[in-house]
Design a protein around this ligand. Structure first.
Ligand SMILES: CC(C)(COP(=O)(O)OP(=O)(O)OC[C@H]1O[C@@H](n2cnc3c(N)ncnc32)[C@H](O)[C@@H]1OP(=O)(O)O)[C@@H](O)C(=O)NCCC(=O)NCCS
Length: 171
């Protein structure tokens, strides 16, 4: 898909403070702004997203995340700042047919304004369109904001191993 068509296909989300944002499918060329997003995030946010200490993504990791055969990665920008990525949503295929794995990273400065909730809802809609019947998420047990976001989508905990809760959402 061309950059122009990708922008046309963007999904609008208005944050609780009135800021307008656009969410679109990621492209391989988004690696640099995605890296900048990771660098602006706190160590804690990155650790909650990846369950390990991580400063950013390697080009190989980004090729996997942005490869449509592996799933769908969405990036969010403030409207009018198309190269300033403030959130990344990953909806990746799993070994289980019809089950997609959801993960979201919202830049610290943009958290608590309704973006994570809206992105989770949008990801569920995208997953349904793509033929998934279930969303899975592995969330740190201490990650109250993400657990709260998923509760709003009626997520059910299916397993708690150590400090990680595995949840499922029926679509
Ligand atoms: C988890 C994350 C995606 C949520 O994004 P966000 O934009 O802050 O989410 P929202 O603003 O839509 O919602 C956050 C909710 O958590 C609630 N919350 C915040 N801190 C909380 C706490 N300590 N305990 C309980 N709820 C809390 C907020 O009140 C809000 O709920 P509300 O809208 O019902 O009031 C974001 O914090 C993030 O990227 N964190 C780091 C990476 C991460 O944890 N990713 C998830 C990996 S699976």
């Amino acid at each position: 898909m061309s950059d122009a068509r990708r922008r046309d296909a963007a999904h609008s989300i208005t944050l609780t403070d009135g800021t307008a944002t656009r969410t679109r499918k990621a492209a391989t060329a988004d690696l640099a702004p995605v890296q900048e997003l990771h660098h602006r995030c706190s160590l804690r946010s990155r650790a909650l997203r990846y369950h390990v200490g991580k400063s950013g993504l390697s080009p190989a990791e980004w090729r996997q995340l942005s490869n449509p055969e592996r799933g769908t990665t969405l990036v969010t920008t403030p409207t009018g700042r198309t190269d300033h990525i403030i959130a990344m949503t990953n909806l990746m295929r799993t070994d289980e047919q019809g089950v997609g794995e959801l993960a979201i990273l919202v830049e610290d400065a943009w958290q608590d304004r309704g973006l994570g909730t809206a992105l989770a809802e949008h990801a569920a809609a995208v997953a349904r369109r793509e033929g998934h019947h279930t969303l899975a998420a592995a969330v740190a047990a201490c990650n109250k904001p993400m657990l709260h976001v998923l509760e709003k989508l009626d997520a059910t905990p299916v397993d708690t191993t150590g400090s990680v809760v595995d949840l499922r959402i029926s679509l």
